[in-house]
Design a protein around this ligand. Structure first.
Ligand code: RP5
Length: 164
């Protein structure tokens, strides 16, 4: 049996971003969303990055999650070269607590949107991608509703425990 074609592109500027970015991969896997993973850098491999961004939609990718740290230009540059939605993940590095990554990703010029999650918020990036796919895939919308109900139950259980 052939593996289903990837719907989400999960890319990052360096393999050193993986400990953060794997949280997005885990979220996608929890919902059974097929995805592909790639390392490419806006600065070190600009041609590879542009080839990837230009070809993603044609290959059936419907959303790209892009993570980078420091001068984190990958999400914005990819968004400039593709018509599909891009979710940016600011990866925190050793200095500046990820504020540099956040500001590099979030301050996009009008006309080139990147949906930026919190510093290190790769899990939310994965969950947001699932919600986007859920627009056209009822199975994912239903699964997301269940996920939200589970979140609520966990909080209610904790509340009950504290009251006891
Ligand atoms: C960024 O530079 C990458 O996204 C990574 O967060 C950071 C450091 O990369 P390495 O020097 O660890 O390869 O472009």
């Amino acid at each position: 049996m052939t593996a289903p074609a990837p719907r989400v592109g999960l890319i990052m500027g360096s393999d050193s971003d993986w400990p953060v970015m794997k949280l997005a991969a885990e979220a996608l896997a929890e919902f059974g969303v097929p995805f592909e993973v790639g390392v490419m850098s806006a600065h070190r491999t600009p041609h590879r990055m542009l080839d990837y961004a230009r070809g993603a939609a044609e290959r059936g990718i419907v959303v790209i999650i892009a993570g980078a740290g420091g001068a984190a230009h990958l999400p914005g540059m990819v968004a400039a070269a593709t018509p599909i939605p891009v979710i940016g993940v600011p990866v925190p590095l050793k200095f500046l607590d990820g504020m540099d990554s956040l500001l590099s990703i979030v301050q996009m010029p009008a006309g080139v949107p990147v949906a930026t999650v919190s510093i290190g918020g790769a899990r939310n990036a994965g969950l947001l991608a699932v919600r986007m796919l859920g627009i056209a895939e009822p199975r994912l919308r239903v699964a997301m509703e269940q996920f939200q109900a589970d979140l609520e139950s966990i909080v209610l259980e904790k509340d009950e425990k504290l009251r006891r």
